[in-house]
Design a protein around this ligand. Structure first.
Ligand code: ADP
Length: 561
């Protein structure tokens, strides 16, 4: 090759450095190139098996190649090399855009485009591939400044192809985004779409401007969007695991970025370039530091939450098994306690009544205590049995039409002697003359009312009145049984937990009555099982309480009138 056939500047040193290269070109190209390589290795090492991940990998490789060729185009003084590199770039550009299309399409659709789309894209690319070595691509290469005069294919058609592919990618993405629910995949998709659109618009935009003005220094500005592009994409990958790859340590990526940008200080030769690189490095260190801090914290929290969730699921399963075992045990134990206790209670009452001969008053008194205690015991056993039935889902309801007023009256009459013994007045005050027809399980409803009056008796210290009211509200279609006492009352905190299993208020323990904390839980569950409820009101400790058993009215009360 003779000297006359060379471009008018010296041969480059190390392929890249010659006086024809504007000072900013090294910087813009090096940053973009290094960022893409870091990105590429990140995807490679994150071991992604997804098609999108692999496409992004190839996208980065093709684009890095384009950047690599571009620096050589600036530095070399060999026209043949410029000619070759220029044409190659014109081929690579539409490939970059086709890859963008495939990346976005496969990401949102989770599958490769169908045959027609592929044929369409192949037809778009075909003229460029076939006509690349002709004058339709590069018309001329004036030796005075060694820049190609582009032919129709390069100056018009290739931009048309690029923008068509980008347009297709954006349109498909938007269609898919609209059909997707807001999930992590959706969010990652938005980042992906913005990253690629930003890159593609700046890249082609500045190339078009350069083609029009003939000033190719302008085209390098498009490359400045690559670090932002990589950050957006990196964020989508790390934060949303967009490519289903192994979570790659963000620390490693940032460290690689620091090292690569740092090493530019030694590559970039111009002073301006070095100063800018220095500031870029400072900026990268700062943002990298915050990125590491925030992302690793989040990843750690996610990991912790995930391991806690798995652990909890295990514990939960064990607890459920234990709970079932406990219920079975309680049920068996209670059944076996109940029958002997029934006969013990039967014999005691017969002895007290004198069925086995005259009983000395002292012994009678002691036996009465034994009888009371065994009644408590029987009630507790009944509670445990009921709880195990509830938990096993074995609580059965035999629903019948019944007069709730009659039922309540019967219970009150039974309990009056018990109240009298305690010095408490128990009175029944129906608020209606009519009967109160309700569909209910008679046995269970008796148990509920009994439990509420029993409690009122238990939690009233010495004297006082317990009033039991039965009323109905035709409009609301509801029947109510109020058990109003003047006893120890309930604090606002106590009111919140009263109906939970084993819950007893503090003041209940203070007055030293025996109890399991199961009665109200069982009563409310039974009421709910019959379509009703139990509510409570109390103005506070020492101010008495009102428990109300609510049931839906049947609407056929005329039957008993
Ligand atoms: P137990 O009476 O066996 O403790 P319950 O489930 O019947 O269990 O009642 C739960 C708690 O509700 C009681 O321990 C007591 O603190 C409170 N309580 C229930 N009825 C009354 C009442 N009439 N007055 C005050 N506190 C009550």
């Amino acid at each position: 090759m003779t000297a006359e056939l060379l471009c008018p500047w010296e041969s480059p040193v190390f392929l890249f450095f010659s006086s024809n290269v504007p000072s900013l070109v090294h910087y813009s190209h090096a940053v973009a190139f290094v960022t893409l390589l870091v990105f590429c290795s990140f995807i490679f090492f994150s071991n992604t098996r997804s098609l999108v991940g692999r496409l992004v990998f190839w996208f980065s490789i093709v684009l890095s190649l384009w950047i690599f060729i571009d620096v050589i185009l600036w530095s070399t003084n060999r026209p043949d090399l410029v000619m070759f590199g220029w044409s190659l770039q014109i081929l690579l550009e539409p490939i970059v855009y086709a890859l963008i299309f495939y990346i976005l399409y496969t990401y949102f659709r989770q599958s490769f485009p169908g045959i027609y789309l592929n044929i369409f894209i192949a037809l778009l690319l075909l003229p460029i591939i076939l006509l690349l070595p002709t004058s339709l691509t590069v018309v001329d290469l004036p030796l005075s400044y060694c820049e190609a005069t582009e032919g129709f294919l390069a100056s018009h058609y290739s931009y048309f192809v690029n923008l068509t592919l980008l347009g297709l990618a954006v349109i498909y993405s938007i269609i898919f985004i609209k059909q997707t629910r807001v999930t992590n995949k959706y969010r990652a998709g938005l980042y992906l779409l913005s990253a690629f659109t930003l890159f593609a618009l700046t890249f082609t935009g500045f190339n078009i401007v350069s083609t029009i003005t003939g000033d190719w220094t302008l085209s390098q500005y498009g490359l400045f969007s690559i670090p932002i592009f990589a950050l957006l994409l990196g964020y989508a990958i790390i934060e949303f695991n967009a490519f289903n790859g192994r979570q790659f340590s963000v620390k490693l990526i940032v460290l690689a970025l620091w090292l690569s940008v740092g090493s530019l200080l030694f590559i970039v030769q111009s002073d301006v370039g070095r100063i800018i690189t220095f500031f870029t490095l400072a900026f990268t260190i700062l943002t990298g530091y915050f990125l590491i801090k925030s992302v690793s914290k989040e990843i750690e929290q996610k990991r912790l939450a995930q391991s806690l969730a798995t652990e909890l699921a295990g514990v939960n399963m064990r607890l459920e098994r234990l709970d079932k075992m406990k219920s079975e045990f309680v049920s068996i134990a209670s059944h076996q306690l109940r029958s002997p206790l029934t006969s013990v209670r039967g014999y005691i009452s017969m002895i007290i009544e004198g069925s086995y001969g005259e009983v000395n008053p002292k012994v009678k008194e002691v036996l009465t205590h034994v009888s009371d205690a065994s009644r408590h015991m029987a009630l507790s056993i009944e509670d445990y049995l009921n709880v195990s039935r509830i938990e096993a889902g074995n609580m059965k309801y035999e629903i019948a039409d019944y007069d709730l007023k009659k039922l309540v009256k019967e219970v009150v009459v039974e309990l009056v002697p018990v109240a009298e013994k305690k010095g408490i007045k128990l009175e029944f005050k129906p608020a209606t003359e009519e009967c109160v027809a309700v569909k209910l399980d008679i046995g269970k409803s008796r148990q509920i009312v009994q439990n509420l009056i029993d409690n009122a008796l238990k939690y009233t210290k010495d004297t006082g009145t317990i009033t039991v009211v039965v009323r109905k509200d035709i409009q609301a279609k509801k029947a109510y049984v109020d058990v109003i006492d003047q006893g120890i009352g309930i604090s606002p905190e106590g009111l919140k937990t009263l109906f939970q299993k084993f819950e007893r208020a503090k003041n209940a323990n203070e007055i030293n009555v025996t109890g399991t904390g199961l009665g109200l839980y069982i009563a409310r569950t039974m009421a709910n099982g019959m379509g009703g409820d139990i509510t409570v009101a109390s103005e506070g400790e020492g101010k008495g309480s009102t428990f109300t058993f609510v049931m839906p009215l049947n609407g056929i009360e005329a039957k008993w009138n």
